[in-house]
Design a protein around this ligand. Structure first.
Ligand SMILES: *[C@@H]1O[C@H](CO)[C@@H](O)[C@H](O)[C@H]1NC(C)=O
Ligand SMILES: *[C@@H]1O[C@H](CO)[C@@H](O)[C@H](O)[C@H]1NC(C)=O
Length: 446
């Protein structure tokens, strides 16, 4: 009680330069944390947490944020292998969630600043606790595979995405690991965290969201997270694999202690960055748990992804028009552009539902494969060998991508693209192509 009063007093003093928090559908305390009051200028979530009891700092309990869940059906959606955006702001009124975004700017407080905004004595408007973007400490989202906030503990809340050099601008995106498994029926609980690097009170931020993974095909659960450790001087001592959020400078519940100065000569501050072993972007090393059934959201997913098949249809048409309809010997001459187009089209089509990041990686892999095969082909290999390798490459890629994205198995488009490629180049079908090229191994092409 005493600490709550102190904290509230402290808040009043700093209210003129309100701090920052991510506003987004699925957040707790949208429109404020005061019962019966709809506050479109809600800033109940932006205040920092410092030297509080565990129940007061945990998910911003001191002003009851956990008691204001999002509306039924509202989730922060996390597309597996893609990214999601939030609006980091000093007040809900400065986001698109209020007043149709009338008071927004590129920056968190609705004002305008230079692109290279830099104040050596610390930027205080907006209050981002940094001198400039390169000094911004980093922020993170974590996930707990339970639908009930009261069941979330430091031991099941795992950091899955980190954005270095944030908070900075209002609209901020976070990458989602491609291997994120689906949430339970009622969704998951996510947490956002920020530990600023100096420029004011050494506090932290910890807020709850209701979230769910979309397009999930992952089959391994997140592992049990360990507390991060400071490892700036010795990266080999960083904690690898799943990590807890950073809990620091509270009266209880801290999971990290630091002392002394960092390499820049500032007091050590354990943030969501390399100093505590966090990689930038999706945390892909967290799936060390047991196998999970990915089936729960797959029906929803295929329904949701259905509109995207429009892309596949367009691509299929274009690959059909470029597919050579000749014998394999004539196809050898035509192959370099038409087959490349088909391979890339096939790659993109088969990644529907994987999310943009994973899709781009797959397309890049296909392109590298193509370059490798054709680069050695033109000068040194006979055309039947080349065709055999390409047949194998396409079939291997198709199989791999169907494994990654089981929803695609069900679409006729996938099969048609492979068929078109095989028929056009080999004068044969997908089924018979596999017997033409039994030996080539994809690992030889990289
Ligand atoms: C950012 O601030 C730090 C600390 O004041 C300073 O060392 C650095 O040069 C600044 N960088 C830019 C790009 O202004
Ligand atoms: C051309 O490729 C075929 C099929 O892989 C192979 O059997 C044949 O030996 C190759 N010819 C030459 C000259 O390398």
């Amino acid at each position: 009680m005493i600490f709550r009063s102190l904290a509230v007093a402290g808040l009043s003093a700093t209210a003129v330069q309100a701090h920052l928090a991510p506003y987004v559908k699925g957040m707790y305390a949208l429109n404020g944390a005061v019962a019966g009051v709809v506050n479109y200028n809600n800033e109940d979530v932006v205040y920092p947490l410092w030297q509080l009891s565990q129940s007061d700092w945990w998910f911003h309990g001191y002003n009851n944020v956990p008691d204001f869940p999002p509306a039924d059906g509202d989730f922060l959606e996390l597309p597996a292998g893609g990214s999601f955006t939030v609006e980091i702001a000093s007040n809900q009124g400065k986001t698109s969630l209020s007043f149709n975004g009338a008071y927004t700017s590129e920056w968190p407080d609705g004002n305008t600043y230079p692109e290279d905004y830099n104040i050596p004595t610390c930027i205080t408007s907006p209050n981002m606790h940094a001198q400039n973007q390169s000094m911004a400490a980093g922020t993170a989202f974590a996930i707990s595979y339970t639908s009930t906030l009261s069941e979330v503990t430091p031991g099941n809340l795992v950091v899955f995405s980190v954005a270095y050099n944030t908070p900075w601008k209002r609209v901020q995106s976070y990458d989602v690991p491609a291997a994120m498994p689906a949430c339970p029926e009622g969704g998951c609980i996510c947490g956002w965290g920020w530990v600023p690097n100096g420029c004011g009170e050494p506090n932290m931020y910890h807020l709850p969201y209701r979230c769910k993974v979309t397009g999930a095909t992952g089959t391994k659960a997140v592992g049990t997270p360990k507390p991060p450790v400071w490892c700036q001087d010795d990266p080999s001592s960083c904690v690898s694999g799943p990590k807890q959020m950073v809990y620091w400078n509270q009266l209880e519940g801290n999971n990290i202690e630091v002392s002394g100065y960092d390499n820049a000569g500032d007091p050590k501050s354990p943030g969501y960055n390399g100093n505590c072993g966090f990689a930038d972007g999706a945390q892909n090393d967290i799936f060390t748990g047991g196998s999970v059934s990915g089936a729960k959201t797959s029906s929803t997913t295929s329904v949701k992804e259905e509109p995207k098949v429009a892309t596949t249809t367009t691509s299929k048409t274009s690959s059909s028009t470029v597919a050579p309809s000749a014998t394999s010997s004539a196809a050898a001459a035509a192959a370099p552009t038409s087959l490349l187009d088909m391979v890339m089209t096939g790659a993109m089509a088969m990644t529907v539902g994987m999310g943009m990041t994973a899709a781009m990686k797959t397309a890049a892999t296909m392109l590298r494969t193509w370059n490798r095969v054709m680069g050695t082909t033109a000068a040194t290999r006979n055309s039947s060998r080349v065709m055999a390798m390409i047949a194998d490459m396409v079939m291997t890629a198709a199989t791999t991508m169907r494994t990654l994205n089981p929803a695609m198995v069900m679409t006729a488009d996938t099969v048609m693209i492979v068929d078109t490629a095989m028929t056009g180049v080999m004068g044969t079908t997908a089924a018979t192509a596999t017997t033409v090229a039994p030996t080539a191994s994809p690992s030889n092409w990289f």
